[in-house]
Write a protein that binds this ligand. Structure first.
Ligand code: HH2
Length: 316
């Protein structure tokens, strides 16, 4: 008989008392199933991306075999990821960088890719497991299989997804986007991108609340690369504190995205240095979670960045 895999535990977060994170006392405690919590502050947690897809833009096909996916999840937890984000449908937009964009995946196929990995991972870890889906039927099945959070790039556009989130009471990431994979590039037209994304996130939050989702369980995300040009992504990062005024924790996903490639000429697999610059900037400007492919490098980079910042802070 093979021995049971070791039970992995998420890194423990510190107290949420004022100043407890050295971040001016900004903190949130989100409720997870089974009485667990996820403590967030402006010193961000790292969310590791686990793409169970054949066609994701930077790592498609690498973790299609559930054994490879599980090994990758265990590795990311050991490297310091506080959340694993499992996605079984690529949301790669159509456009110059990615060709025709991701193909629609029927719910049955999405669940066939997702559930074996989610169930095994749930059995061996208490770490927070998030599911990146826009389909209510997938969200429901994932929550029943032990998922802790929903991450929805359509901000709960499917009423069934909103109902699943409301009924379960789980935390939800509401991400900003416009249109779908086929037309989002043509919808990247803004006067003031930061003001418009802020207003559209506020509206998404209000819609979620009207559907029964508790405001204190919501995380907001500007959706870098979704209906955004490189210039829009840069403006959103530069003015991230304006989004923080919505009063909810922010998640930022810049990892390996095409704007890093546009700025540097690097292909997706070589975008780690640029991704670290974006993660560090997001960390210093109010992100509560950074969603990344390269967990070990990001954890190390952010630890040193935070230590330098703390060393320069006035003594208490
Ligand atoms: N980006 C991607 C997918 N899901 N979710 C949130 N909340 N924020 C993001 O920025 C975000 C996301 C795209 O990255 P990836 O999952 O690596 O690619 P693909 O959609 O091709 O699978």
């Amino acid at each position: 008989m093979t021995p049971a895999a070791p039970r992995l535990t998420a890194p423990t977060a510190g107290p949420l008392a004022a100043g407890g994170h050295g971040d001016g006392g900004v903190g949130w405690e989100l409720r997870l199933p089974r009485g667990r919590t996820l403590a967030l502050s402006r010193r961000p947690l790292v969310m590791g991306v686990l793409n169970l897809t054949p066609d994701s833009f930077s790592d498609g096909g690498e973790h299609l075999d559930p054994r490879h996916a599980l090994a990758r999840a265990r590795q990311m937890l050991a490297e310091g990821a506080a959340v694993i984000d499992l996605g079984a449908e690529s949301t790669r937009p159509a456009g110059r960088a990615y060709g025709a964009g991701a193909a629609y995946v029927p719910a049955e196929e999405e669940l066939r890719r997702l559930l074996p990995v989610l169930e095994r991972l749930r059995a061996e870890t208490d770490a927070a497991l998030s599911v990146d889906t826009r389909k209510g039927v997938v969200a429901r099945a994932a929550l029943a299989a032990g998922a802790d959070l929903l991450n929805d790039v359509t901000a709960l556009a499917d009423p069934e997804a909103a109902a699943a989130a409301a009924e379960s009471g789980c935390p939800v990431v509401l991400m900003h986007s416009r249109g779908d994979v086929a037309d989002m590039a043509s919808r990247a037209a803004y006067g003031d991108v930061v003001a418009e994304v802020r207003a559209e996130l506020a509206a998404a939050l209000a819609r979620a609340e009207a559907a029964g989702v508790a405001r204190e369980q919501v995380i907001l995300d500007p959706g870098l690369g979704f209906a955004k040009t490189a210039a829009h992504n840069l403006a959103l990062l530069a003015r991230l504190p304006e989004l923080a005024t919505l009063g909810r924790p922010l998640l930022v996903g810049a990892s390996r995205k095409s704007f890093v490639g546009e700025l540097t000429g690097a292909p997706p697999a070589e975008r780690l240095p640029g991704s670290l610059a974006a993660a560090a900037w997001a960390a210093r400007h109010g992100a509560a979670i950074v969603r990344v492919h390269d967990v070990a490098a990001t954890v190390q980079y952010l630890a040193v960045d935070a230590a330098i910042a703390a060393a320069g802070a006035p003594a208490p």
